[in-house]
Design a binder for this molecule. Structure first.
Ligand SMILES: NC(=O)c1ccc[n+]([C@@H]2O[C@H](COP(=O)([O-])OP(=O)(O)OC[C@H]3O[C@@H](n4cnc5c(N)ncnc54)[C@H](OP(=O)(O)O)[C@@H]3O)[C@@H](O)[C@H]2O)c1
Length: 256
């Protein structure tokens, strides 16, 4: 199966390499050591979380543990008060609008069918921001919008639903239990594939993957998110980065 033309593949690989440079630079700046839990790779970030369910709450905890500040949100913010209290002074909870305003980076982790409405309702607050999108279009939950979204690739669809933002696909194919149990594990970490069209946004998202206790592997531009949609081989959720890179290399060689 060929997803891209050769020119597209080369362009996307260059984008991935370019996006890797700031990350390498940042890691070099902290001496190239392995980053441990509780030690952010970069200046602490302000992260607005839209959708604080299974995935959003796990990432909130991991990022607070790494020194970042999170603003978790819900349509029923009072329900998040105990979690905010448990996570301490670097966590607060409130409305979706407040989270969208607060974050320099936004985690969007909602049932996929809510994405268009969020893009419309919070267009002003989200404009120009990096949006790390974990959502998966699933027909049985999200209805008729799931098919066309998958046909375009979720990354391309999310960017259309969230215009004027810098969408990065990440954390869509790791289960929330694995997210909690395998973060910062000893030995080779689990890989999280990332896709995005904006090199800076990809680099920042990759740092957040590291701080959550995983290894970010940049697959390519947003259209390449189709390579790790649910059900695709890359989406098994428990590869190491070296395993994932070998699979990607094989894919790109076979599809040149
Ligand atoms: N579960 C997994 O293991 C997993 C793994 C990878 C990716 N994903 C994907 O990631 C996304 C989130 O999954 P999840 O399991 O974390 O879901 P979840 O536990 O159901 O949490 C989703 C959250 O989204 C919020 N939400 C729903 N509609 C909203 C709207 N219109 N505006 C604002 N917030 C809204 C809900 O909060 P309120 O009702 O309180 O507002 C809810 O807490 C899904 O697209 C899923 O397919 C899930």
């Amino acid at each position: 199966m060929t997803d891209f033309s050769s020119a597209d593949i080369i362009r996307r690989r260059l984008l991935a390499i370019a996006a890797g440079l700031p990350v390498a630079t940042t890691l070099a700046a902290i001496g190239g050591r392995k980053v441990m839990a509780g030690e952010p790779t970069t200046t602490p970030m302000r992260i607005g979380i839209i959708g604080t369910g299974n995935i959003g709450s796990a990432l909130a905890e991991l990022w607070v543990g790494a020194g970042h500040t999170v603003f978790m949100s819900s349509r029923h913010p009072e329900e998040l008060a105990p979690l905010a209290e448990q996570l301490g002074e670097r966590a607060q909870a409130g409305t979706v609008q407040e989270a969208a305003e607060f974050g320099d980076i936004i985690l969007l982790s909602v049932p996929y069918a809510a994405t268009p409405q969020i893009g419309r309702d919070f267009a002003r607050e989200l404009a120009g921001k990096i949006v790390v999108d974990t959502g998966n279009p699933v027909a049985r939950r999200d209805g008729d919008m799931a098919g066309p979204a998958l046909a375009k690739s979720t990354g391309v669809s999310s960017q259309e639903f969230l215009p004027r933002t810098r969408v990065v696909r990440a954390f869509n194919c790791i289960g929330f239990r694995t997210l909690r149990s395998e973060a910062h594990r000893k030995g080779e970490r689990i890989a999280i594939p990332l896709a995005g069209d904006d090199g800076y946004a990809l680099a920042m998202a990759q740092l957040l993957v590291t701080d959550a206790g995983f290894d970010g592997v940049i697959v390519g531009g947003l259209a390449s998110s189709r390579l790790f949609e649910l059900g695709k081989p890359l989406a098994a959720g428990d590869f190491t980065a070296s395993e994932m890179k070998s699979m990607l290399n094989e894919y790109y060689i076979n599809n040149q």
